[in-house]
Design a protein around this ligand. Sequence first.
Ligand SMILES: [Fe+2]
Length: 399
Amino acid sequence: MADGQLIGNISSSTTTENLESLLYSAAFCIENSFRLEAEIEDLSAEIVNVYQELSLIYSLSNKLGGDLDISSICKQVVEEISSVLDVKTILLLLHDVNSGMLSVQACTGLEWEKVSSFAVNLATEPFAQLFSGMKASVITDQRITSSLPVSLQAALCVPLVTDSRTIGFLIARDKTSGEEFLSPEIKLLDALSGEIAGAIKKAQLYERINRLFISTVEALASAIDAKDPYTYGHSRRVAQITTTICKEIGMSSDETHMINLAALLHDIGKIGTPEYILRKPGRLNPAEAKKIQEHPVQGAQILLPFDELKDFVCWIKHHHERYDGEGYPDKIIAEDIPLPSRIIAIADSFDAMTSDRPYRKAMNPSLALDIMSDHAGTQYDPGIFEVFKSTFTQKNDLS
Ligand SMILES: [Fe+2]
């Protein structure tokens, strides 16, 4: 007997008193063993939970460690968590400091079209009160659900905090079992939130630096073009044509992006060319032509101190080389000329021929292409020129 219930029986020839005592001892032992078994089961379940937590933290940390793309980080976070947590819906929302809006960046279990436009101003009620200083918890405030396209009633909401600032929220909704969220799940998401917030903050910082870098390059390109009103917009147009060629020959988006920036800066060396030469309406004399031909080397020298632009140095230095080795400054030949320089050379010539110059009007694009065709294999890389020509002919435009 245990707790008044019969849990087993034994037979013995001992006295009734001894037998009763023996039975109580046996019942106590059996009850203890049941309790121990239950404790072992609980402990095993907890070990499995801890293992899952650690695996998820390790896996996320590994995946997010080198990722600097915010949208890719957000997608990975919701996918990884939904694979471990037994829930139908995960949402990741980020707060934009400039606009004050909180918007969905990634989700699982919901149609993206339905939630992608979701955005609330964190400065307005009831969101201000709900989200301000929020800890990882289950949402019980019913006022909020009517304001949203997706009900967050009973959803588990975890703030993403880094450097004491809340940059967003992770929301889990609809447990597959239909049960409520329990403290181990709250604890797990809370433990992950720091890792996720750190990765997002790093990517946001990288994005800001990258935007600053691009703005600086664009400002420099405008400064170059401003020196010569006849070639205004030349750097941008060359960069545009260069980008089209890069895409057509199958370059990656990262390579295309870098070559686009280099194309924007291809004539940066002209900052050192006297304006009377750049603006001279007639033919240049030999001394002036020599001076202007210094701009690729001067451009390379300007960029040399910048570690991040070390690839640009070589690309810009050789954008006036010719495929047959008769260009400048180093007279290098064919594939020895860096591929980005060969692409920029074609874009540069085409834009120069199809733009107004002080000494002539802009050439018709078809005529420019015909003239350039005669120089494919001598002045221009014939393979790249063919791609350029067929792309232009198909689209009749390269923008
Ligand atoms: Fe140039």
